[in-house]
Design a protein around this ligand. Structure first.
Ligand SMILES: [Zn+2]
Length: 63
């Protein structure tokens, strides 16, 4: 199983969608079993969203 360190290292790939199916599966499995990493993924998502909103022009089409 994925360690918490590996999970955190893959957060970036997960958010940008650059993960293979195998990596996705072990990522999801760790996410299900590890509360700490569920929280850190939620925090990471919130940070990415906030950062994007801060830098995006209002005229940009939605992704
Ligand atoms: Zn973990």
């Amino acid at each position: 199983m994925l360690t918490c360190e590996r999970f955190e290292a893959q957060l970036d790939d997960h958010v940008s969608g650059e993960m293979g199916i195998g990596a996705k599966l072990s990522f999801a499995l760790h996410w299900l079993m590890c509360r700490a990493c569920r929280i850190s993924l939620a925090t990471y998502h919130a940070t990415v969203t906030l950062t994007r909103n801060a830098f995006d022009d209002d005229d940009d089409p939605p992704r």
